[in-house]
Every structure is written in C-alpha cells, then in structure tokens.
Design a protein around this ligand. Structure first.
Ligand code: ADP
Length: 447
C-alpha cells in the first residue's frame, strides 16, 4: 500500500479523499491555489503546497505545477478527484513517466472511453445499446443527412464534451445548422476539440447510470444504478439509488452491459457508465465517465462499499475487496447537490461569503462539505458547496429524512439551491418517482 498520496483537487472531494487516506493510514499532501489558502481541510493534510494563483489553468489544471509538488513531497500516487485533471489521459501518462501512480484507469482506456464518439463505437462493437446517431460529422450536409435518417428531434454533442457543455437540441434543419456551429464553438473553447456528432433525442428519458469498479487483476463488478433524472441544464441536481423504476432484472442487464464495456477497454478503477432509459424500458448508452463521480456517496450508502478506498487499494495493485455475488443493495439513498446559485435567475452562480452556516445532521444524514461560517466561496471554480445525503429503508422514509435535513441546513450570505430542493421534495411527481430529465425545466416553465 502507498505511504503517501497527493490530492490534486479542492473542496469537498479533496476532503473526501483525505478521509479515505486517514482510514487507510496513508500520509497526505494537499495542493491549493491562492483562492483556497484558507480551506478548512488543509489542516487535516500532513503537508500542503500552494500551486499558484486562483485561475484553475494556473493551478489545479497546471500539470507541471502538480507534478513538481508531487516530486518535492515525495508521494507515490496522485488522486485527481473529479473535474480538473481527473479525465486527462496525458496527465495520467505524465504521472506514469515520473513513476507516480495515477489513481484512476489506465490512460489508453481513458482515451477510448472519455471521448463520447469513440465510446459509442466501442459500445456498438461489443453489443451495448447506444442511441442511434452518427460518428463525428464534419459538414452540414452530413449532419442534415444523419438527422433526417434518425428523425428529429436530435442532440448535437461534443465528442470531448462534459458538464452539459457543447450540447444542443435541434428540431429541424435550420436549428441543426445553427446548433452545429454553436456546439462546435463551445466545445472548441471548453475542450480544445470542436468535433461533434449527432444523436437521436430520447424523449421523456430518465438518466440511469451504473457504477463499476475493477482491479488490475481482471476483476470488474458493478454496484447497481443511480437515477440522476433531476437535472438543470443537463447537469445533475438530485441523485438516488436504487432508481424507483429499475427492476432487479433490468439492473442485472444494465450492470452486465456496463461491465462488458469497461472490460472491453481494459479498464480498472472506478467508473460510471451512463444510460438513458426510455418510457418503454429500453436503455441506451450515452457515455462513460472515467473517474469517481460527485454522486458516488449514494452508492456507498446502499452497498456499504467505500469507493474511494477501493480506488486507492486497486491503484496500489490490491484485488477488489468485494465480489459481484456479494454485492447487496440495502434501502434507498438520495443526494441533493447544494450549489451556491440562484435558481430563479437561470441558476447563475452566487459566489461570496457565507455569513452564517449550520450543517444538517442527525440520524440517516451524511453531509460531505468543506464550508463553514465565514467561508468565502471563490468565483473561480464550480458552485457546489456540499452534498446532502440520506439513507433509509424505503424511498418514502428517505424523502422524509431529506425534507428534515433540508429544513435544518442554514447557509446565509449567498443564494443556494436549498429552496428549490425543498420544493422538489414536496412535488407530487417527484414523490411518486414520476419524472424525466426535463422535470426541472418543466417545473420552471409552469411557474
Ligand atoms: P455531459 O457529458 O455533458 O454530462 P451527457 O452525454 O452525459 O453529457 O448528457 C447529459 C444529459 O443530457 C443527460 O443526462 C440527458 O439529460 C441529456 N441528454 C444527453 N444526450 C441525450 C439524448 N440523446 N437525448 C435526450 N437527452 C440527452
């Protein structure tokens, strides 16, 4: 096992990885930008190194600064968390060339699965269902031909896309042509790769994703699904496991397909295979995320498997501690992402000082966060301030526990998504589990 790990991230995920290292008795090195110099979790690290100014490009995304920090602090491995460099195969290669273990999948698997168009290709090859559509399109003519063949509405998507960016819906040839330009420009600016492809728009879909984890000895298991249908701007707000609509039989099929895809890419470590599930019960792969997800905690709560700990163990060459036949799903876990943003104004970020903070707690509640009274939310990074999770035997009880926790939490000084979460947890359709990925949009349209 490793003696010392560098955590190349910030915020709640840096703290989450720190906790896993402490549980495993591993020494820790945290890196931070000048914007995070007062971060609460730095005190739990054995060593902290400032890696640059607030802009991520000059700190958390700067490979040479992170590698220098790793070399001076003499770590054996780097945990990249999520976001930033976590899905950057070049970074994983640089780590390997410096004899530092990257706590994540092998770079070749990341390259193949991290690109949506290539991931689709591999899925088709091994017989995992995908949404009908194209490989990358390089002309308007080809795009129009594909869209007419699969039938409008369609989704234009960036091959390198993520975080809901580089995506446009089109209902006809005219919106397709303008959407192509917009998606390519957005993808070029955000990911340095403007290639796009077309997919049939799956109407009234639920977002169902399967958690997988594998080791370097060829063992790969799935830990069931998370239902992430409550989204805003194609980004998740609420996640739950199990999904209210997934039967054990469907879970087994989707799980087997997720494992098949990951194995075909020679994958190890934690990963998430994302699908859309249509109202007829058919599912289609949309992408694979080659990292730990924000919402991994709900899977931990229902399965009892510590995913970050497993990631570290398998990176060190150990075998998975669980076998597929031993995985059990107990009760229902739900997570709310608490963001500093203003839902009433297009979810625009609301950075600034938290003037008063009181955390939710008590039985059945898990609160993963790094914030405190007086904490200044920087404008340089994402707007998530914490993840509120509950775990109960039934979905009804989980909803009740979440309502209590949402009423308890106090975050003053910035606008947050808490009031929206309270409304959603009181909404009949949500309570009945009768939602799709357009629920939040529809809710605001009716307001
Ligand atoms: P990103 O990597 O940017 O998160 P995804 O491919 O994972 O993008 O899709 C994010 C969300 O966008 C999905 O959960 C779903 O709500 C919506 N979406 C993506 N592709 C489609 C599609 N073909 N049809 C309908 N909705 C889609």
């Amino acid at each position: 096992m490793f003696q010392r790990i560098l955590i190349a991230n910030r915020g709640e995920i840096a703290l989450r990885v720190l906790r896993a290292c402490q549980d495993l008795g591993i020494g820790t090195v945290c890196v931070y930008s000048e914007a995070d110099r007062n971060a609460s979790y730095l005190r739990y690290a054995d060593e902290s190194i400032c890696i640059g100014p607030p802009p991520a490009a000059k700190s958390y995304l700067d490979i040479s600064r992170i590698i220098s920090a790793a070399e001076v602090s003499d770590v054996e491995a780097i945990h990249p968390g999520y976001g930033f460099l976590s899905e950057n195969s070049h970074f994983a290669e640089v780590c390997a060339s410096c004899n530092i273990e990257f706590i994540g999948p092998p770079p070749e698997a990341m390259r193949m699965l991290g690109n949506k168009a290539r991931c689709r290709e591999l899925a088709k090859k091994v017989g995992v269902p995908t949404v009908s559509g194209s490989d990358t399109v390089d002309s308007e003519e080809k795009a129009i031909a594909v869209a007419r063949e699969v039938g409008y509405p369609v989704m234009i998507k960036a091959a390198a896309g993520g975080g809901g960016r580089g995506m446009r819906q089109a209902h006809n040839d005219v919106s397709l042509v303008s959407g192509l330009l917009a998606a390519a420009a957005e993808a070029g600016a955000a990911f340095g790769d403007s290639s796009v492809f077309i997919e049939k728009y799956v109407e009234k879909a639920r977002h169902i994703e399967i958690q997988v984890i594998g080791d370097k000895h060829g063992n790969m298991i799935h830990l069931g699904e998370r239902d992430c249908s409550i989204q805003r701007r194609h980004q998740k707000l609420i996640e739950e496991s199990p999904s209210p609509v997934v039967t054990p039989e469907l879970r087994a099929r989707m799980g087997a397909d997720a494992v098949k895809l990951a194995k075909a890419a020679g994958y190890w470590s934690a990963g998430t295979v994302e699908f859309l599930l249509d109202p007829g019960g058919k599912y289609y792969l949309i992408e694979m995320n080659t990292r730990i997800q924000v919402e991994h905690g709900v899977t931990e709560l229902v399965t009892g498997v510590d995913l970050v700990r497993e990631q570290i163990r398998v990176a060190a060459g150990e075998k998975l501690s669980v076998k597929q036949e031993d995985v059990r799903w107990n009760g229902v876990a739900i997570e709310c992402r608490i963001n500093a943003e203003d839902p009433a104004h297009g979810f625009r970020p609301s950075p600034g000082k938290i003037t008063h903070f009181f955390p939710p707690g008590g039985p059945w509640v898990r609160w993963d966060s790094h914030v405190y009274t007086g904490y200044e939310i920087p404008s340089n990074y994402d707007s998530m301030v914490g993840k509120l999770m509950v775990h109960r035997p039934t979905r009804g009880e989980a909803i009740a526990a979440m309502r209590r926790a949402l009423e308890e939490i106090v975050i003053e000084g910035v606008k947050t998504s808490v009031p929206l979460h309270i409304e959603i947890f009181g909404h009949t359709h949500f309570i009945r589990g009768n939602v799709d990925t357009t629920f939040v949009e529809g809710y605001f349209a009716k307001k």
